[in-house]
Design a protein around this ligand. Structure first.
Ligand code: SAM
Length: 263
């Protein structure tokens, strides 16, 4: 496992627009700080039981968390009684997730898997796939997005559900950035703001109390575009919530949550 401490975006950071970036963006020192950024307790309060209810309404039992990160949702779902497998393409993230779960008394089942080749590394079918925390934004070209969605689709049972969320990039692209900071990045004293935004890149800066800064280069997914891709891959019914609510004005939510049913 590599334990790189520094991010390296090279001389032209805004030209780094590749799907494989995520592997070098989540360096160990950033991963170690991630939980300050998301603050598990505040995040649990702000999300409530939204995901648990969506899963229970569908009678889901087996859940694959494909973007486990440091394990927040996997742990919530394990504690709610679901049978969870936690995958991520980053070994640093998975190690942190395993440790976070262990500290809470759980043995997390982890698999390192890149979404584009997910079914090579996971076994069996799931009632639900969750891809949360604005993770899908890491894919920089349409072919990778289609491939990943097709892999999620095929990891699901015939009546399975995909829950995938994203930042409200339409609002950022069309109206500029503002954030209530309430839902995902709940940590105090951590500032999150875009440094550069165009139709092909949203580069965000994360500034921590110890003055360290990190960046993520992400693709600004438009909501209608993601819904179209999901439909084209075969999902039959897609509901999109805004900050966990069914009704909202398009530019208001910070995040959208797509709930896509396979049948
Ligand atoms: N879900 C977690 C949360 O909400 O805190 C983590 C979110 S983090 C923004 C995105 C995660 O997606 C990272 O852990 C990263 O390693 C993972 N990821 C990004 N691209 C990936 C890919 N192509 N395959 C697998 N994992 C990927």
């Amino acid at each position: 496992m590599s334990a790189t401490m520094q991010q390296d975006f090279g001389d032209e950071p805004i030209e780094r627009r590749e799907t494989d970036n995520y592997r070098s963006e989540y360096v160990k020192s950033f991963v170690d700080k991630w939980d300050d950024l998301i603050d598990w307790d505040s995040r649990a309060r702000s999300e409530g039981d939204f995901f648990i209810q969506v899963l229970k309404d569908r009678g889901a039992r087996r859940v694959l968390d494909v973007a486990a990160g440091t394990g927040f949702h996997s742990v919530q779902l394990i504690e709610a009684g679901f049978d969870v497998v936690s995958a991520d393409g980053s070994p640093e993230m998975l190690a942190k997730a395993f440790e976070n779960a262990r500290r809470r008394g759980h043995i997390m089942r982890t698999t390192q898997a890149d979404w584009r080749w997910l079914n090579r590394d996971i076994y069996g079918r799931y009632d639900a796939v969750v891809c949360l925390g604005n993770s899908f934004t890491h894919l920089f070209n349409e072919n990778d997005r289609r491939k990943a969605l097709a892999e999620f689709y095929s990891a699901l049972n015939h009546d399975g559900v995909l829950i995938l969320d994203q930042r409200n990039y339409d609002a950022i692209l069309d109206h500029g950035y503002s954030s209530s900071h309430t839902y995902y990045y709940c940590g105090d004293n951590v500032s999150v703001a875009p440094e550069h935004v165009d139709e092909g890149l949203a580069r965000f800066e994360y500034r921590f109390p110890d003055k360290s800064t990190y960046h993520l280069n992400m693709f600004p997914l438009r909501k209608a575009y993601v819904r179209r891709l999901m439909r084209e891959v075969g999902f039959q019914k897609i509901e999109t919530y805004g900050d966990f609510k069914e009704t909202y004005r398009e530019h208001e939510p910070d995040f959208f949550i797509h709930v896509a049913d396979k049948h």
